[in-house]
Design a protein around this ligand. Structure first.
Ligand code: FES
Length: 250
């Protein structure tokens, strides 16, 4: 089985121990299978990645990291790197509901409680609202950042980019485009940035969010969404229980 963790991110690495942590949000067949069936002590044969171009760590000034759902995990190692070169770093963690807020304690320990803002769309936890409202309120009530770093859904990316473009704020966004080969061969991950098409698995995943054609990313990601949803439901209801039973017997 080839797992394609589109909605997953490396949260932390420990070079001394030779380990790393990955945050996976189970949303399709592959991620549900990974989360439901893999048990402590079991092995994954091979992990491909990380691919692409490293995040451009540098001294930007005030940086606002916006992590939508699993995106909070992707931004976390970047927070550490940006802090290490004397940026002032803030974080927004946003999700549909409390269960979609990740790494809150880690961010608070790293940045300080006062620099972490939590938003949920159902008003279940933190402030009520999505990424757009969170960024607007940050600029209004805290300060205008020199850089916004976004990780999350393409819809969220588009909302944040509308604000940063309007306010003239630099924006690096993790573009969660569909990927197949992750090596520049299949062209599945093409993303339009300005007037150029780039391969996200080579040049991404953090691209100039203000120039990304977010509508195209959303359209392409949604192309097989109905089939994917159907497959995930079939797997969860019909196949997963059998696999779990089989595993218990062995
Ligand atoms: S995923 Fe195949 S070219 Fe990028």
């Amino acid at each position: 089985m080839l797992y394609q963790i589109l909605l997953g991110s490396i949260v932390d690495i420990n070079p001394e121990k030779g380990t790393f942590s990955v945050l996976v949000e189970a949303y399709n067949r592959a991620t549900v299978e990974l989360v439901e069936l893999l048990e402590e002590g079991e092995e994954i044969f091979n992990i491909e990645g990380p691919n692409g171009t490293p995040f451009p760590v540098g001294k930007y000034g005030t940086v606002l990291l916006v992590g939508q759902g699993w995106g909070a995990g992707a931004n976390y190692p970047i927070a550490k790197e940006l802090l290490s070169v004397q940026n002032e770093v803030y974080a927004i963690l946003a999700g549909g509901s409390r269960e979609n807020i990740y790494c809150e304690e880690e961010y608070k320990t790293l940045l300080g409680e006062e620099k972490v803002f939590v938003y949920t769309e159902d008003d279940d936890y933190g402030k009520e609202g999505g990424v757009a409202q969170a960024v607007e309120e940050f600029i209004r009530d805290v300060k205008r950042p020199d850089l916004v770093v976004f990780a999350g859904s393409p819809v969220g990316g588009e909302e944040v980019a509308q604000i940063t473009r309007d306010k003239g704020v630099k924006n690096f966004s993790l573009v969660a485009s569909t990927m197949l080969c992750t090596s520049g061969l299949c062209l599945t991950c093409r993303v339009k940035v300005g007037d150029k098409m780039v391969l996200n698995c080579i040049e991404g995943p953090y691209l100039d969010g203000n120039s990304v054609d977010w509508k195209m990313v959303t359209f392409r990601n949604g192309y097989y969404w109905d089939l994917e949803k159907e497959g995930a439901e079939y797997f969860a209801n019909k196949i997963l229980p059998k696999l779990k039973r089989k595993k218990q017997k062995t």
